[in-house]
Ligand binder design. Structure first.
Ligand code: BES
Ligand code: ZN
Length: 482
């Protein structure tokens, strides 16, 4: 990973700027347009959410393509220039604002993804995942917050500029992909091939969270990720556990022991070299993170756990945002059906991902972990380790002019001083924007902690959605001024 030269200056609170009369007037016009069209914006978002655009399931390939086409047609309907690229995987949609000839305006990309996580288990949804349903202030549907609602808010802000004949102070290109949730690589190739057209002054992404309506957030770091699968095989078939059990090692037990050795009692990862490249949190960062409201009781309730567990010496917010992890995502062995079956299973396997932080390198970590698993594998077992997808962690200075313009826009829309966050989730393409296009990404997340990303009953808070549109309208003016 590239660690950008960050200067940890104490952030000044955002200052109200002196707006010219003309600008005040046009901002007022934009606000009015947004408020007046609330119902229609929500109805359109509902249309967008009806597509079951599940990138992980090939049965939905047609829905993916239809969803991409819908987005392009929708953008065209109010004067934008969309293109749908085939890509080899799921289509990529770009949407450009009308350009003036020889424009000297700054150019920003807005990134989002129209693919969603699988909705299963379906029985835990209170309303079907692809039949968007309003309950109170919330709109429930898979993808509502992750990520259709969030990038749709930016699109509606652009619509407000176009429809009110307010001059957009910058050129924008939306890049909306369909493989974010599966760690797809199609967009990386696309960036490399279209470097010239995508040359820009920065990238804006709303695909992260905010603590609550009183704490809008600028996220300046994301964790990376590295995936692998490990399989242990003992006997060449399932054996009768009465006839043979006791004389052969049980693969499920062997795998449990092996994985159990990967983490210490104090919650740290038990692997020499694992933490070597981790950049320490600064005092300034810890102070900023501590501004996020936190109550242990509420946090436990949100997650439905009896007690918390995490690396000693770090607060839960630090643990989930700024420290690396080793997670078992899936664990399989033996008989899973009804009733009992007395066997020694032939094999056991686990799907693992590690979350990584600046400046850890996913490939290096994968090699390290694979080597350790093989070294600790007991002589009774054959081991296979298959390496999977990987994404670099990301960090950007939260004190530069574009970060300041972002903070100002958040404050204008939410009416509260924004917090600076690091987030635990990963958005793989963000590091590629830095590497390939040589630009920073500013993460202005609109997901609330109870939006249920990746869980049943995902939703978006429509007040956040509307304020998100207004935030975006402010952003293009503030970024252009910066
Ligand atoms: N929007 C999330 C990432 C996210 C969520 C970041 C909340 C910060 C706060 C994104 O869609 C996502 O889920 N990414 C995957 C990437 C993985 C499949 C490579 C993730 O983090 O698991
Ligand atoms: Zn996601």
């Amino acid at each position: 990973g590239i660690l950008h030269g960050i200067i940890w200056r104490q952030g000044e609170p955002t200052r109200p700027s002196c707006l010219s009369k003309r600008r005040l007037l046009s901002m007022k016009q934009l606000k009015k347009y947004i408020d007046t069209n609330r119902q229609r914006f929500i109805a359109e978002l509902i249309e967008y959410l009806r597509f079951p655009s599940v990138s992980a399931q090939s049965a939905h390939n047609k829905d993916m393509a239809a969803c991409a086409r819908w987005l392009a047609n929708h953008a065209r309907s109010f004067g934008l220039k969309p293109r749908v690229y085939k890509s080899g995987g799921h289509p990529i949609v770009t949407i450009a604002t009308p350009r003036k000839r020889n424009s000297t305006r700054p150019h920003f990309l807005v990134y989002g993804h129209y693919d969603v996580q699988p909705p299963e288990p379906l029985e835990l949804w209170d309303s079907p995942p692809f039949e968007p349903t309003l309950r109170g202030r919330n709109l429930f549907a898979r993808g509502a917050s992750d990520n259709k609602g969030q990038h749709f808010a930016h699109l509606k802000a652009v619509e407000a500029y176009l429809k009110t004949d307010t001059e957009l102070p910058c050129d924008l290109t939306f890049v909306v992909e369909g493989e974010e949730e599966v760690g797809g690589e199609a967009l990386v190739g696309f960036l490399k091939q279209n470097k010239r057209e995508l040359k820009c002054d920065g990238v804006v992404v709303s695909d992260t969270g905010m603590p609550d309506l009183k704490h809008p957030a600028l996220t300046y770091a994301l964790r990376g990720v590295a995936a692998l699968e490990v399989k242990l095989t003992g006997p060449d078939r399932d054996l009768h556990s009465g006839i043979y059990g006791g004389s052969v090692e049980n693969p499920a037990m062997a795998l449990s022991k092996l994985l159990g050795r990967m983490i210490n009692k104090n919650g740290s990862i038990n692997l020499p070299g694992f933490y070597d490249d981790v950049v320490k949190l600064t005092a300034y960062e810890r102070r900023q993170l501590a501004r996020v409201p936190y109550s242990e009781a509420k946090y436990k309730k949100l997650l439905g756990v009896k007690a918390l567990f995490g690396e000693k010496g770090f607060t839960p917010n630090e643990q989930r945002c700024a420290r690396p992890t080793f997670e078992i995502n899936g664990l399989t062995s033996g008989y899973q059906g009804e009733g009992s079956k007395t066997i020694v299973p032939s094999s056991a396997s686990a799907k693992i991902t590690m979350r990584l932080v600046p400046n850890q390198n996913p490939q290096k970590i994968l090699r390290l972990v694979a080597r350790q698993l093989k070294a600790l594998c007991p002589p009774t077992m054959r081991i296979e380790v298959e390496l999977g997808h990987a994404a670099d962690p990301y960090i950007v200075s939260p004190t530069g002019p574009l970060a300041k313009a972002s903070l100002k826009s958040l404050k204008a829309a939410f009416g509260h001083e924004p917090v600076l966050l690091r987030e635990g989730g990963s958005i793989p393409i963000v590091e590629h924007f830095a590497r390939i296009l040589k630009v920073n990404t500013y993460l202005l997340g609109l997901a609330l902690p109870d939006d249920n990303l990746h869980s049943p009953n995902e939703k978006i808070d429509l007040e956040v959605f509307m304020r998100g549109i207004w935030m975006s309208a402010n952003l293009w003016t503030n970024l252009a001024e910066a």
